[in-house]
Design a protein around this ligand. Structure first.
Ligand code: IPD
Length: 276
């Protein structure tokens, strides 16, 4: 019910603000950085502490709910998405930004029930901007309704994407191919360094196309709902139905635009987040 969603959404915002306070207070201090899979894949003690904090906040409020979190997964806990209410959490989306004190760092929280995202928040903890959505209830930025720009033509579009560093030569070529095609047709390419906040740019009509390969369910869960509730389209990068566990996303301000971009992309297929 709507009341139930408002309770969940209220809790998600409260958790994001609590987490955001932690992130902010650590932001300008010296950070303890550890490398994960590559020199560009980092984790700090703040990522881990904030995830623990958010988990225990929800555990107190909703003792039967389940969890998926970036750092818990990194520590070896398998990703399991069932029909049960499950909070999907990225404590710091944009860890690299956090390490460099580049002020686009998000706390991303979403609740899945029967494998549908019901509520979502993406909180820019440094600039104090809260994006939120409830399924069927619209998308909001600091309480004000937001919507996509509605552009249908790539010629009128700003593209948001991440050109990942340290890829293999073949993957680098694919990346350049994709960037070249979009630079030849669109109005430019931007990247905030956080998938969750990149997605919010589509939702609020600041950009028209977003795509990325290699991201995980905790990077995508909140943004997918916020974009859809803002009137946007969320697909996989081949133009098929979006799969939260599919490690990629293509989002756009309209279906025409999404399909145009999908047809021109070279794809990078990744191992899914979970096998059902
Ligand atoms: C990363 C950011 C980045 C995206 C990476 C993600 P993290 O998340 O969202 O924009 O390109 O794929 O892993 O690791 O900082 O939470």
């Amino acid at each position: 019910t709507e009341e139930q969603k408002l309770v969940w959404l209220g809790a998600a915002k409260e958790a994001a603000r609590l987490a955001g306070k932690e992130v902010r207070s650590a932001f300008y201090r010296e950070k303890t950085v550890t490398m994960k899979s590559s020199p560009a894949d980092l984790v700090t003690e703040t990522d881990q502490n904030v995830e623990k904090m958010v988990f225990s906040f929800f555990r107190r409020k909703f003792p039967t709910h389940r969890f998926i979190g970036e750092e818990t997964t990194a520590a070896g806990v398998p990703i399991e998405l069932t029909d049960e209410p499950t909070w999907i959490i990225d404590p710091i989306d944009g860890t690299n930004n956090f390490v460099h004190s580049f002020p686009f760092v998000a706390v991303a929280i979403a609740l899945s029930v029967n494998k549908e995202i019901e509520v979502a928040v993406t909180y820019n903890a440094i600039l104090d901007v809260m994006y939120a959505a409830g399924r069927g209830m619209g998308a909001f930025r600091d309480g004000k309704r937001i919507s996509v720009s509605g552009a249908t033509d790539i010629k009128e579009s700003l593209v948001v994407t991440t050109a990942k560093s340290l890829l293999t030569p073949t993957k680098m070529e694919d990346t350049f191919h994709n960037l070249r095609a979009l630079l030849e047709q669109g109005r430019g390419i931007r990247n905030l360094g956080t998938a969750a906040l990149n997605m919010c740019q589509i939702a609020e009509g600041a950009a028209e196309v977003y795509f990325e390969f290699g991201i995980h369910c905790w990077d995508m869960a909140s943004g997918a709902l916020i974009i859809r509730e803002a009137g946007g389209v969320v697909l996989d990068t081949a133009g098929g139905p979006f799969n939260l566990m599919g490690r990629c996303m293509l989002a756009a301000s309209s279906m025409d635009l999404a399909q145009t971009v999908a047809s021109g992309l070279r794809h990078d297929h990744k191992k899914p987040d979970t096998v059902e």
